[in-house]
Design a protein around this ligand. Sequence first.
Ligand code: NAD
Length: 485
Amino acid sequence: MSLPVMKNYIKGEWVESKSTTIGDVWNPAQGEKIATVPYSTEEDVDQAVQAAQEAFWDWRTTPPLTRARYLFRLKDAFEENFEDIARTLTTEQGKCIDEARGEVRRMIENVEHATGVTTLMTGYTLEDIAKDIDCYGHRQPMGVFAAIVPYNFPGMVPWWFLPYAVVCGNTFIVKPSEQVPMTQTRIFEIVDEVGFPEGVLNMVHGSRDVVNALLDHPDIEGISFVGSSPTAKYIYQRCGATGKRVQALGGAKNIVAVTPDANLEAGMPSLITSFFGCTGQRCLSGSVLVPVGDVADQLVEKFVAAAQAMKVGSGLDEQTAMGPVVSAAHKQRVLGYIEKGIAEGAQLLLDGRDFKVAEYPDGFFVGPTVFDHVKPDMAIAGEEIFGPVVSVVRTKDLDEVIDLINTRNYANAACIYTSSGATARKFKYHVKPSMVGINIGIAAPMSFFPFGGAGNSMFGDIKGHGQEIFHFFTDTKVVIERWFE
Ligand code: NAD
């Protein structure tokens, strides 16, 4: 049986890539190939940029409210196809169907937020900046923007940027992750039905060559990137060299602290989803569990019991609490870290290495894994594993926790479970990561707040969505004006 082949979407048409290099797309629960994806060429990228550039002027002169009306229609179309998008997402990415539904919901919320363009894109004015002279700043769209995105949120992440760019009057190109190209393809089928003007929204599949072609193309104004920190840094530097605007969100190693006065019973379900939700493949996943003082033994015992009780299986099964990791290669990488933790001398309390799901013997499963007595300088405490592997680092007090967090390589998110307002305040005031959860294990800002970290977790200054994103996608043109009598 021949597998579906992904196509690019350029100028309102589905077009085949000119590439002869083809990648495989997998169902990670079944360990089975389900589609193929072209690694598109520089020529394909150029075709998309030209289409986007040709569409720019008409779109840019379309009133913002008219542009927003396309998004209203898109929102309705997404709602109608909600379950289908979620199922496509789970099939290729592996996460549980409810997590996929949550992701699609967050995607739609960005479309909803962007429709506020008529208030969020406004500039500002001041009369009499000097005698009889007035001044005003307009926010103007700039041209063609592009997003390069990771595999772990194939539906939502492009939409942290796209709706805002487009509603501001820019045109756009998405480069999905080559590991999970089907979700965005399904989404672009819906885009196509809604009928945006040709060339306003485009999608080019592929890998590094597509990325480099986008980064170097002289007619692209800016890049929104989400992925691992080494790639984010590379993107940031190359955009600097080619003079583009850039926001590059990177990896993470998030610490979740628990104080002795925390309500463990109420907090445990969200602690478990923090560490094992999306099989640990979230930039907001808890990765290092940090008991403070004498809560350690009790916390670890309850946490391991809850982790062990999770049902692991296919994400399409409604009862599943944790699905597979995305690929065979990623499974090997995660297993490698478990071996490293053992070699480093951490105490392995729960071992997910030989985990089998009877119905899916070929799936890329790793069972929930917990290491206790991990030292801060061990690799499993500092490096991003991006799988269901938890490192417990015991601390004596809050100062030690804050110090641990602020001396890490990454600074994406940090969370604390506590019943003390004073503890929570000290924590949120002092920690460096810029997404903070208090009795919340996944500190995910919604579309109307900015999403992004600090340190090596984010290169650039303007983050994903929120209000500031309207600045990323516009240039402020200042007019200074006087009229003679
Ligand atoms: P990745 O960096 O491997 O890939 C991301 C994108 O960059 C993909 O589209 C890929 O094709 C491209 N790419 C990869 N290597 C490249 C290279 N050398 N040159 C040019 N392009 C390249 O990331 P991933 O494995 O797909 O995603 C997981 C990572 O993303 C994790 O590190 C995770 O923490 C991070 N992430 C961060 C956030 C955030 O908000 N900070 C959100 C989601 C995921």
